[in-house]
Design a protein around this ligand. Structure first.
Ligand code: ADP
Ligand code: MG
Length: 544
């Protein structure tokens, strides 16, 4: 009898070969179907409820993919590319998933017929290289001639990014705000220097941009209401000190045997606190912000001396205040001098909807700004924040790489044409494969039409004809159910989004094609025979 060779742990699930590859492609297809309808200005949104019952409404590919909680190992790749697109350029997350899925769909028949995946991968790589060359050749560089022109360009890119979102009706309003916010940053354009605060209620147009810092009023004790709520020319002490009585007592165990001793300890605690407060007062600060709690005694002390105070300020807000107003965050009250205080022209506590906000404006180092969003339901505000995040990322990208291409499927149609033309010049299997990828690129305009309820076949035929005649910027016109020159229509997108999306999609497709075996270890703790009686263990030394 042949001895049985045991290679893998019992319960390990393996599948391999062509069927495995096909099944991976099919899994990716179902993911693509989940996000397909969200693409473009007429795309629909998804409502996703998680296991805790929290509902999220979103149009953003990356957010949807994250929330889908996908377990299929190959299909997870698509989630990863959506995430990487989100992190790298911020927009184009639906497009990247759609493109990867469509590339796979188009090459699937070839794989089924037995073309070796390596040949397919080679063709995809070649097609990608051609696309990159073409995008770089076509991208229009907008020379930084004047500030106004740059602004106009940035606003257009922001508007295109937002036109596919829930807030598309307010895109003109928001694109100005977004551009203002980004232009207020310093050279490196750090994203975390734009704060976004949400206040439910009111209308979207009541949203505002504060050049400087704003944050919600923190928890406060009695006595707070007596302190003034607005200052001109204020000096801000930024602290990381607890100004509460009980603090010292909690840190040590003290044994006393008579009341006098105990009284001494209590007095000492008060003394320590009063010393700290006096030092802060002496420094000349009239606004005190602390990351740690400010207790009732301290609040009263400050209020008596016309000092505004706020404890438990979130760290990021404290840091942004420091960036905007100068000064330093102090961890001890001993060396608070006037040179470590931040400065700003105006401080006020203002009512925004149902919330009170602390606003710092006219900051000397203002390299930061805060968007206060207003709007109806919480889900709606969250989606607005995500949409603005996309737009902010796009504006940042455009400032760094100031070349743009036309959106609305125009660039994809042109790339498709280039690939098709190229495929006619070569022989062999590659010809069919490159033509298949060319067809795959058409998914973007086709889906834009489908989502808007247009006749996709008709519009795609018109587009193919226009592009063959040299109309390289023609794309889908969402308003007229027709085609138009999207460069003139100002549907502009930074070329970096398209470059990144195509590269990531091609990489993902290649990766999925290069996998021909999945080996799944049994879950720890699970009995190996969880399937119930099927296929008894191999080589367990059972009696024959
Ligand atoms: P993504 O997550 O990929 O950014 P979107 O839902 O934002 O997906 O849709 C982006 C697509 O919509 C891009 O292909 C873009 O060119 C297209 N698009 C945006 N605005 C317009 C417009 N006004 N007309 C036509 N197409 C547009
Ligand atoms: Mg978008």
């Amino acid at each position: 009898m042949q001895p049985q060779i045991v290679l893998l742990k019992e319960g390990t699930d393996t599948s391999q070969g062509k069927p495995q590859l096909i099944s991976n492609i099919n899994a990716c297809q179902s993911i693509v179907d989940a996000v397909r309808t969200t693409l473009g200005p007429r795309g629909m949104d998804k409502l996703i409820v998680n296991s805790q019952g929290k509902a999220t409404i979103s149009n953003d590919g990356a957010t949807i993919m994250k929330l889908l909680d996908i377990v299929h190992p190959a299909a997870k790749t698509l989630v990863d590319i959506a995430k990487s697109q989100d992190a790298e350029v911020g927009d184009g997350t639906t497009s990247v998933v759609l493109l990867a899925g469509e590339f796979l769909k188009q090459v699937k028949p070839f794989v089924e017929e037995g073309v070796h995946p390596r040949i397919v991968i080679k063709a995809i790589r070649k097609a990608l290289q051609l696309c990159m060359e073409k995008i770089n050749e076509m991208a229009v560089r907008i020379e930084k001639q004047s500030k106004e022109e740059q602004r106009a360009l940035l606003e257009k890119c922001a508007a295109t990014a937002m036109s596919s979102k829930l807030i598309h009706q307010q895109k003109d309003f928001f694109s100005k705000i977004v551009v203002d916010a980004v232009l207020s940053l310093d050279e490196l354009l750090p994203l975390n220097m734009i704060g976004i605060k949400k206040v439910a209620g009111g209308s979207l147009e009541e949203s505002q941009l504060v050049s400087g810092v704003a944050f919600k009023k923190t928890f406060s004790y009695a006595g707070f209401e007596m302190a003034p709520k607005s200052y001109e020319q204020c000096k801000i002490a930024l602290l990381n000190i607890e100004l509460e009585l009980k603090a010292e007592r909690d840190n040590a165990e003290i044994r006393v045997d008579n009341v006098k001793e105990y009284q001494k300890i209590v007095d000492a605690e008060w003394q320590i606190l009063y010393n700290k407060l006096a030092k802060i007062h002496e420094s000349g600060a009239n606004v005190v912000l602390s990351k740690l709690p400010i207790g009732d005694v301290a609040t009263q002390y400050f209020a008596d001396r016309n000092i505004f105070c706020a404890g438990r300020v979130p760290e990021e807000d404290l840091k942004r205040t420091m960036k905007a107003c100068g000064g330093a965050v102090m961890t001890t009250a001993n060396d608070i001098k006037s040179n470590v205080l931040g400065l700003c022209d105006r401080f006020e506590e203002r009512q925004v909807g149902g919330e009170r906000f602390n606003l710092f404006q006219g900051c000397p180092n203002a390299k930061t700004s805060t968007l206060i969003l207003r709007g109806g339901a919480e889900q709606f505000l969250e989606e607005t924040e995500r949409s603005l995040h996309d737009a902010i990322m796009i504006v940042r990208r455009t400032i760094k790489h100031d070349s743009v291409v036309a959106g609305g499927g125009a660039i994809e149609m042109e790339l498709s044409k280039v690939l098709r033309d190229y495929s006619r010049t070569i022989a062999g299997k590659e010809q069919l494969l490159i033509a298949a990828i060319a067809k795959g690129l058409e998914v973007i305009p086709r889906q834009l039409c489908d989502n808007a309820g247009f006749d996709a076949t008709n519009i795609l035929n018109k587009l193919r004809q226009k592009h063959a005649q040299g109309g390289q910027w023609f794309g889908v016109d969402i308003t007229k159910e027709d085609i138009s020159d999207n460069f003139e229509q100002c549907v502009w997108e930074p070329s970096i989004i398209k470059i990144n999306a195509l590269t990531a999609a091609a990489e993902a497709a290649c990766m999925i094609l290069s996998v021909d075996e999945t080996i799944k270890s049994p879950k720890a703790g699970e009995p190996p025979m969880a399937g119930g009686g099927m296929g008894m263990g191999r080589g367990m030394g059972r009696p024959m």
